[in-house]
Design a binder for this molecule. Structure first.
Ligand SMILES: *[C@@H]1O[C@H](CO)[C@@H](O)[C@H](O)[C@H]1NC(C)=O
Ligand SMILES: *[C@@H]1O[C@H](CO)[C@@H](O)[C@H](O)[C@H]1NC(C)=O
Ligand SMILES: *[C@@H]1O[C@H](CO)[C@@H](O)[C@H](O)[C@H]1NC(C)=O
Ligand SMILES: *[C@@H]1O[C@H](CO)[C@@H](O)[C@H](O)[C@H]1NC(C)=O
Ligand SMILES: *[C@@H]1O[C@H](CO)[C@@H](O)[C@H](O)[C@H]1NC(C)=O
Ligand SMILES: *[C@@H]1O[C@H](CO)[C@@H](O)[C@H](O)[C@H]1NC(C)=O
Length: 491
């Protein structure tokens, strides 16, 4: 019975298909003919219309273009042949002071490459004996000279403009970008160079990032590149800015130098291009929540290390900066990049912030949730919510919501295999009870997480995925970063 039925349905299905397909064929043939006829007629018609309507305008455009803007046209042609931007094309303008340099040089030297990175730390007066001899690992210093502007306006804010002016005179002809930073800005140079390479340095660019605080942006501007996170000005932008510098200072004297830059540039028609990897860090306390869920782009800068807690437990500020820079030496493009995978047998989510932390959650959380930083930090000012320009997750006591946290411990690079292994150790803190709702699978036994990744990491090509497994009993969890499968869902 069942067999016969099966045959019947199969046969009727085939015949049904046959008749349908012949019908479809004839329909589609005539349809195609109609379509061809129609498109021919329409296109013809359409072309005639466009010719009549737009040809004179088109001509007008091209003639005005060639007469007024020959330079952009030829430079954009050149760009295609031009060499990629390298570190030697960047010139750093670090505005420091003799009072703070002793404490701040520790934030600059870890990333400064002596005799390779170009630029100066600018001081308001010659360094005293306490700062001499000037260390080799430090950027060379330059003392701001008195000029017509300083004599006119004796204020601190214009030191940036003096420094920029002096830098412009000192910089070589092949300088493409001037990078302006505070003396406590930590840069990730390879990532910065890669980011700037995406822009045409022959055009007017002002590249930076606003503050993490809604309050700061509301008071200053959402369109301002904050000086602590650093901002980059293309060569033509600096030429324009310096031309109008005195005029602008007269108009806006008395403001912070980054605010002054923003206002001057805005009045010259040059607006900020946001780079999410630059961080002003207008925050207080423990920023581990933010650094453990960095946005999907290479880390370019960090700031305010004097204000925030040391970013690694059990270390002081300087040690924690040096520690983070260890991973930056192997594969900088990966630093702080978040990768998420799941151990379904235990109902765990694992979130890796490469070179910084691993969080193990005793729940399965989708990526859109784990992308939100845990609000371990406090806002810059205690003002009414909303505090931040991004979404956060509240810190709670719920073992189903809070992760077990591991922090970067060591890195081993295997150059032969182009692999890098980073190890993360348990943070010495209260132990997290198991989440009973999700099957009572405690992550308590794990003391170390190892993350294995390829060193040839391509930037800005979407996210990666990972696999997770135990090695050697239940104490070590191993995470292997890999390319995501097609349409792999992280949830
Ligand atoms: C930089 O170059 C100078 C000479 O040009 C040399 O004396 C100095 O040792 C170099 N510094 C480093 C760190 O290589
Ligand atoms: C790497 O390769 C070189 C030659 O190919 C070999 O001599 C060396 O032992 C290898 N190193 C490791 C750590 O495998
Ligand atoms: C995972 O958690 C769900 C409830 O969230 C539970 O029903 C399921 O049994 C758990 N799976 C395992 C393997 O424990
Ligand atoms: C959870 O598991 C532990 C051991 O793995 C066990 O001692 C405890 O009774 C379990 N709790 C519940 C509520 O099942
Ligand atoms: C933790 O490790 C011990 C042995 O060291 C093992 O007996 C126990 O089953 C492990 N617990 C979990 C939850 O894996
Ligand atoms: C596994 O554990 C043993 C003994 O604790 C140790 O000697 C060995 O190095 C470990 N292997 C790995 C891959 O960690």
């Amino acid at each position: 019975m069942a067999f016969g039925n099966f045959n019947n349905t199969k046969l009727s299905h085939i015949s049904h298909n046959l008749s349908l397909s012949t019908l479809w064929k004839s329909l589609s043939v005539s349809g195609a003919l109609l379509f061809l006829l129609y498109t021919f007629a329409f296109n013809h018609h359409h072309q005639m219309i466009t010719h009549k309507l737009f040809a004179p305008l088109d001509l007008g455009f091209s003639s005005s273009f060639s007469s007024t803007s020959e330079k952009p046209a030829s430079s954009s042609l050149q760009i295609t042949r031009e060499s990629p931007t390298k570190l030697s094309h960047l010139f750093f303008v670090i505005v420091g002071s003799t009072k703070t340099w002793r404490y701040r040089r520790g934030y600059i030297e870890p990333w400064w490459r002596p005799n390779i990175t170009k630029g100066f730390v600018f001081l308001e007066r010659p360094p005293g004996r306490d700062l001499l001899p000037w260390p080799n690992q430090s950027p060379p210093f330059s003392v701001n000279k008195d000029s017509s502007i300083t004599n006119q306006f004796k204020t601190h804010q214009i030191r940036l403009f003096q420094s920029l002016h002096e830098s412009f005179k000192k910089a070589s002809k092949d300088t493409r970008w001037f990078v302006i930073a505070d003396d406590d800005t930590l840069f990730f140079l390879d990532n910065l160079v890669e980011a700037l390479d995406r822009y045409d340095h022959k055009k007017h660019y002002y590249i930076g990032m606003n503050s993490e605080n809604v309050w700061s942006n509301a008071v200053f501007s959402f369109d301002m590149g904050y000086g602590g996170g650093g901002y980059a000005l293309s060569y033509p932008t600096v030429v324009t800015l310096l031309n109008k510098m005195e005029e602008c200072i007269r108009r806006y004297l008395g403001f912070y130098s980054d605010l002054l830059s923003f206002r001057c540039l805005a009045d010259l028609g040059i607006d900020l291009t946001l780079e999410k990897g630059m961080h002003q860090i207008d925050l207080h306390g423990d920023v581990s929540g933010l650094l453990s869920a960095h946005p999907q782009c290479p880390l370019i800068s960090l700031h305010h290390f004097d204000v925030i807690d040391p970013i690694f437990p059990g270390m002081n500020r300087q040690q924690s900066v040096n520690h983070l820079m260890k991973t930056a030496k192997t594969d900088q493009s990966r630093v702080l990049q978040q990768t998420i995978c799941y151990q379904r047998g235990n109902n765990w989510s694992v979130s890796v912030s490469w070179g910084y932390s691993v969080h193990i959650y005793q729940s399965i959380f989708p990526r859109n949730h784990l992308k939100r930083p845990l609000e371990t930090f406090r806002p810059w000012k205690n003002v009414r919510t909303p505090s931040y320009t991004f979404n956060t997750r509240r810190v709670t006591n719920d073992p189903c919501e809070m992760p077990r946290q591991f922090f970067f411990d060591s890195v081993v690079e295997d150059k032969n295999q182009s692999m890098v292994t980073t190890s993360y150790k348990m943070k010495m803190a209260r132990s997290l009870p198991p989440c009973l709702l999700n099957g009572n699978h405690s992550a308590r036994n794990i003391s170390q997480v190892r993350v294995i990744a390829a060193t040839i990491h391509k930037m800005g090509e979407g996210i990666e995925c990972c696999n997770v497994q135990y090695v050697n009993s239940t104490e070590i969890l191993e995470v292997k970063i890999r390319a995501c499968h097609k349409d792999e869902v992280l949830a």
